[in-house]
Structure formats: C-alpha cells, structure tokens
Design a protein around this ligand. Structure first.
Ligand code: AMP
Length: 422
C-alpha cells in the first residue's frame, strides 16, 4: 500500500516525501480513507503507531479541498483537536505544520501553563485548525476568544489519558459546545468502560479500527535487564552511558525528584542531561526537548506523564531507571524507541523490590528479557544468570504486591497511573 493509493493530493504527498515516509502505517491505511469519506472513526491506537498522521493528513486534505471550493477564505476554526498534554499539543502542531506545509491551511496551538496573550492574538488572526488542551480551551472560550460554531471535524486524542488525568469533565463540557452536525474522530490506546461509553454517546455509526496489540510493540525493541541494588542505580547509569553507541537516551524515573537527582548526577559525570516533568516551567521543558532533539544534550530524564507522546526521531535508547509497576507502561516507554521501522534498545534497571513488576511485564509482552550479568553493580542477591526472568523467586510480600496490581487492573479495566506520585 502506498500513500498515492490512499488518494492523497500532491501537496500532501510532497510533504510526506520530505518527511521520508514511504508507506502508510496500519492505522493510517485503515483510518485515512474513512476520514476522507467524512465518516466518524473510533480508533484504538497508542502513541508510536503513526496515529497523529492518521487523522492529521486526511483532515488537511479535506480542509484544502474545501478551501479551493470556497469563494473567499474565512477565519473560522473548522477543526478542533483536543489532546491531554502540552507536549502532545505541540507535537501534533509540528506534525500538522510538516504535513500541511504546501496546503496553506493554518493551525494554532493553545495550552495552559503559559501566558494566554500570544494565543489570543493568534485566535484573533484566525485559524483553520485549533489544537488545544481542554482547560485552556474552556478558559479562552469563556472569555469569548473562541467560536466553536463552525467546527466540522472534532478529534479527541488519547481519550483514556484524558480520563487518567482527570480532564474528562472538561472534555464533556467542550463537546456540549460543538455543533451536533460534525465529523468526530475518537482515539484511545485502551477502552475502559467510561471511555467506551463516551465514544458511544458522541460517535454516529463510526468505523472502528484497532492496531497493534500492546505485546507486539515490544517485539521490535531489543531489551536488556540489569539486576542491581537501589543504591547502585545512578552509578550503573553513568557506567552504562559510557558506551558511545548510546547516542541519545530517554531515562524514565518514577518521581519528579528522582528525575532531578538523576539529571544532576549525570551532569556531574559530564554526561549532558536535563530533567523534564510537571514542576518545570513550560519554557524549560520545551528548551530541554529542543536541546535533546537537536543533539545538544544526550540524555533526557522524564517521568511517564511528562514523557507521554514525546516524539523524538532516531531515539537510540530508552532506559528504565525504575521499573514501572504497571506493565503496559513499560511497553509505552520502550515504544518511544524503535519508531518508524528504526531499531531501538531498551535497558531496564531492576532492584530487588521491582522483581514482581518484571514478572508482570514478561507475562504481558510474552517474551523473556535477556539479563546482563557482566556489569560492576550486580544485585547483592542476583538470580542465577541462566534463570529466565519469568522464573524469578519472589518473597510472599512481593507476590502480594503483584497480585494487588493485577486486581487493580482488572477492576478498572486499565491501569490507573494517576494515583502514583508522578
Ligand atoms: P505517533 O503515533 O503519531 O506518535 O507517530 C509515531 C512516529 O512515527 C512519529 O515520529 C512520526 O513522525 C512517525 N511516522 C508516522 N507515520 C509514519 C510513516 N508512514 N512512515 C514513517 N514514520 C511515520
């Protein structure tokens, strides 16, 4: 399948060529024709599957054709894309800029945590596509800066994440302001009951598409496991990063403090690193991300929420400084590398207390994670080298913790990560 076969117009095909995209990803192959037919879409797809382009490309095409047919250009917002985080909003905007570079379609991105004035000025100038986080959208709407009457396409991105982050009421409020007659594209990585209910209530006869079950994402990433002690993890990280083949690494920590401490330690060891998390100002997060993408810093240390959707081409390594207690999070993390067909490597540091989490992960991804035994900071109680990760012995309290996690997942239909101190 090629992009030409999907019926895309030349200005978009040229832009995709510049991006180096040769073939559509499965979600793009399935979703683009549906969106071009102006039908509603319910897509079960996570970050890393090419989902942004799956909605951005056909929307740009629809708007381009409408603009060509129109007598005179107007300044109304025609497409609203709602996404949970600032980082995702910025990335969607960057993608739309890249794919739409030859179309003349305008876009604007608004999100909280920064002064609203530039965003208000942008709204006054007018835009075809508005990309927004829910809180800032409602603020500026209440202040009378946003007219939603002319929305023809509404994209709800990462709906399950909206629920996790407590934004679902804001999302529902936004929906009540939209015209009834519109095309709705609904994206979610998972479908817990509340999200399925919301989808049901706002979609009309949607085409349903689903891609890549979570376990297969892990197959294309080379994974390695280091057993160590909690106290040795920072030294192990510095040791591992001595390997020059690690060109760029995204390091995951569980807490904001942890991210700061790790970044500080790396800088002390002359390894360029920045931490990005919710306590940092929007400017400093953006600066860190830009420096990382430009190769000016080698390591970005992030919490899961801050890293969600971070879109870095050619990311060579993901390092799990701490093992996530929700196995799906592990897959989301390692999915940041090995994108667009590139091969990626994921290293995980496991301390004694985290062994049950590794067991859950192995069960989810249905593959063993090779253990690196040859390093200077082994766990005081290392498992036998030949013992596969799945056969690790657990203490009874650890087993209890693992079981509790399983029950939690079952009850909620999906992991509730917002309960953690992130
Ligand atoms: P997403 O799932 O939207 O976060 O996209 C994941 C990554 O895949 C982004 O870095 C995109 O630039 C890239 N990508 C999207 N579509 C394609 C494609 N058809 N070919 C190659 N890379 C792509």
């Amino acid at each position: 399948m090629s992009f030409e076969k999907l019926g895309l117009i030349t200005p978009i095909l040229r832009a995709l060529e510049t991006q180096g995209y040769t073939t559509p990803t499965p979600i793009q192959e399935q979703a683009i024709p549906v969106v071009l037919e102006k039908r509603d879409l319910l897509a079960c797809a996570q970050t890393g599957t090419g989902k942004t382009a799956a909605f951005a490309i056909p929307i740009l095409q629809l708007l381009y054709k409408e603009k060509q047919a129109a007598q005179a250009p107007d300044r109304h917002i025609k497409t609203l894309i709602l996404t949970p985080t600032r980082e995702l909003a910025i990335q969607i905007a960057e993608n739309i800029r890249d794919y739409g570079v030859h179309t003349g379609i305008r876009h604007l991105v608004i999100f909280g945590g920064v002064s609203a004035q530039a965003q208000i000025d942008g709204l006054k100038r007018g835009t075809d596509i508005l990309i927004a986080t829910p809180g800032r959208l409602l603020d500026l709407w209440q202040q009378g800066h946003i007219n939603l009457h002319y929305i023809r396409q509404f994209v709800l991105d990462e709906a399950d994440r909206m629920l996790d982050m407590g934004f679902i009421h804001d999302v529902k409020r936004v929906i009540t302001k939209l015209p009834q007659k519109r095309q709705t594209l609904f994206f979610s990585a998972t479908m817990p009951d509340e999200i399925a209910g919301l989808a049901n209530s706002i979609l009309s006869n949607p085409e349903k598409v689903a891609v890549t079950p979570v376990s297969s994402t892990a197959e294309k990433v080379e994974q390695k496991l280091y057993y160590t002690d909690k106290a040795s993890k920072r030294k192990l990280l510095v040791y591992v990063l001595k390997d020059p083949s690690i060109v760029s690494a995204l390091v995951f920590t569980r807490t904001k403090h942890g991210a700061d401490r790790v970044a500080k330690e790396l800088n002390k060891a002359d390894i360029t690193a920045s931490a990005i998390h919710g306590d940092k100002s929007q400017n400093s997060r953006q600066r860190a991300l830009t420096d990382f993408k430009a190769g000016r810093i080698r390591v970005l240390v992030a919490t899961d929420i801050a890293a969600r959707g971070i879109d870095v081409d050619n990311l060579s390594h993901v390092i799990n400084f701490e093992i996530p207690n929700v196995p799906e999070t592990y897959v989301h993390r390692i999915g940041r590398t090995g994108r667009g067909g590139a091969s990626g490597i994921a290293l995980s540091f496991c301390e004694d207390e985290e062994r049950p989490y590794v067991k859950d992960i192995v069960k989810l991804i249905k593959q063993q994670i090779p253990v690196v035994t040859d390093h200077p900071f082994p766990a005081s109680e290392a498992p036998a080298p030949e013992a596969p990760a799945i056969q690790l012995r657990q203490s009874s309290s650890q087993q209890g913790a693992g079981r509790k996690q399983q029950q939690k997942r079952k009850w909620h239909g999906r992991p509730q990560q917002n309960k953690q101190k992130i």
